[in-house]
Ligand binder design. Structure first.
Ligand SMILES: NC(=O)c1ccc[n+]([C@@H]2O[C@H](COP(=O)([O-])OP(=O)(O)OC[C@H]3O[C@@H](n4cnc5c(N)ncnc54)[C@H](OP(=O)(O)O)[C@@H]3O)[C@@H](O)[C@H]2O)c1
Length: 422
């Protein structure tokens, strides 16, 4: 590991939609931390200066680092100057690889909000072994994909162990509330995945194979392949409502399964996990769930077809730097429930929730706390260098930060047993 770099954290991609939010959050956090040494980075100096000017006097002296994501030398210079890089430059498959490589070689910790499993696997395959040698902790998926799922399951399983002496062999996450919008980078990632998927079969494979992100030799288990175009709706007795597929489910599930394998199967080797979105009860709930599921698949078809894709790009989807307005960001909120079952029929629940628009405001808070955790809790993090998930690397340390500073809550709910049901 290198000694005493100039910065604790560099926010790379500070001028993007999520990058700006992350910078604002970190500027606020830095005021109470006092001695945090941080900088903002991107490719456009004038934009970075304008961003810094808008942060107020407390951040007036924040250093600016410029470079281009494709320029290996500038990525290496960036990685050499800091303990942690927090990157919001995406689509990561287009702009992220050189930076991950530079961080790995420099022994610099790294976190991002990528939700592109094909690229995450590419980074794991290329750099995991070297990161173990240099000490760089590489942590992808530190946003709405996939912290609520990953840290939520970690929390639920710990409580199950404490109360019943065993983990839940089956856990399902049900999204009960999710209000908000999405930003240009998310749209760009979807468009890029769709376009590149026409010639690169690994992109489709990454979405469907349930254990695609598990370490080599651990890519099997009880869960079925994911179907990104499923319109299946189901009545879920545990939430007493109709559910539809949750579009983030395939990504989140792969991260949760990776955590289990990375940590030596604390959730069990037969651990099974899935996610769905709760719609409503009754016949109207069933009709609504089906209509929404069909609507999402129609949207994916429109994205896949070149003529409608260009119309969506031109008239509907946000561009780079664009996203929901302040009111949407601040009034947004989300809630999920994790329902776990032990082999002997005990059901346990955990409620996870967050303030702010999930894909932008809440995501930027999660990312900032992940970066702070990597920087400030470096000596307490129980794992060394490597390619980690949020829960596998940071577990309880991150959970404490999310509840204290990121507007998130994790609550253990009432348990029940099959025998106790009427
Ligand atoms: N996991 C989640 O929950 C979640 C939520 C939101 C977003 N995301 C992901 O986060 C990423 C960013 O999203 P966003 O909406 O914030 O994107 P955005 O607004 O388009 O910002 C992209 C950033 O990348 C920079 N950039 C582009 N090309 C570059 C290059 N060659 N060198 C250096 N910088 C470059 C842009 O710089 P300029 O400002 O100079 O153009 C900008 O700062 C996307 O991949 C998105 O999918 C994930």
């Amino acid at each position: 590991m290198k000694h005493d770099p100039e910065f604790d954290i560099v926010v790379w991609g500070a001028t993007g939609f999520t990058g700006r939010l992350a910078v604002e959050k970190l500027a606020t956090r830095a005021q109470s931390l006092g001695d945090l040494r941080w900088a903002i980075g991107g490719r456009n100096k004038a934009k970075l200066e304008a961003l810094r000017a808008g942060l107020g006097s407390a951040a007036a002296d924040i250093p600016i680092i410029t470079g281009d994501s494709h320029d290996v030398a500038s990525m290496e210079a960036l990685a050499a100057r800091t303990s942690v890089v927090c990157s919001t430059v995406g689509p990561y498959a287009l702009y992220g690889s050189e930076l991950v490589g530079a961080c790995v070689r420099a022994g610099t910790h790294y976190c991002d909000i990528s939700a592109e499993p094909h690229w995450i696997r590419k980074m794991m395959d290329a750099y995991e072994a070297e990161a173990a040698e240099t000490g760089a902790r590489i942590v992808h998926a530190c946003g709405m994909d996939s912290i609520p799922s990953d840290v939520g399951v970690h929390y639920l399983q710990q409580r199950a162990e404490q109360l019943y002496g065993k983990p839940c062999s089956r856990v399902k996450m049900r999204v009960t509330e999710m209000q908000g919008g999405f930003s240009g980078g998310t749209a760009a990632s979807l468009l890029h995945g769709t376009e590149a998927g026409r010639t690169d079969p690994s992109i489709g494979q990454a979405m469907t194979e349930p254990y695609y992100l598990a370490p080599e030799g651990h890519r099997q288990g009880p869960d079925e392949p994911d179907n990104m175009r499923s319109t299946k709706v189901e009545y879920d007795e545990d939430v007493q409502a109709w559910t539809k597929p949750f579009f983030m489910g395939p990504m989140n599930s792969k991260i949760v399964r990776r955590t289990n394998a990375l940590l030596g199967y604390p959730y069990g080797e037969d651990f099974s996990y899935n996610e769905a979105r709760v719609v409503a009860d009754g016949l109207s709930g069933r009709i609504k769930a089906k209509a929404e599921a069909l609507g999402y698949v129609a949207f994916l078809s429109a994205v896949a077809s070149p003529p409608t894709r260009s119309l969506l790009k031109k008239y509907v989807l946000p561009g780079s730097g664009e996203g929901p307005d302040q009111e949407t960001r601040e009034s947004g909120q989300w809630k999920v429930v994790l329902i776990g079952k032990t082999d002997d029929g005990t059901t346990v629940r955990t409620f996870v929730g967050g303030e702010g628009d999930p894909a932008t405001d809440s995501t930027s808070r999660m990312l900032v706390e992940s970066a702070l955790c990597l920087a400030q809790d470096a000596d307490k993090i129980p794992v060394g260098g490597g390619s980690w998930t949020p829960a596998a690397a940071m577990g309880d340390l991150l959970l404490d930060r999310l509840t204290t500073y990121a507007g998130m809550s994790f609550e253990f709910g009432p348990s029940s047993t099959d025998a106790g049901r009427s």
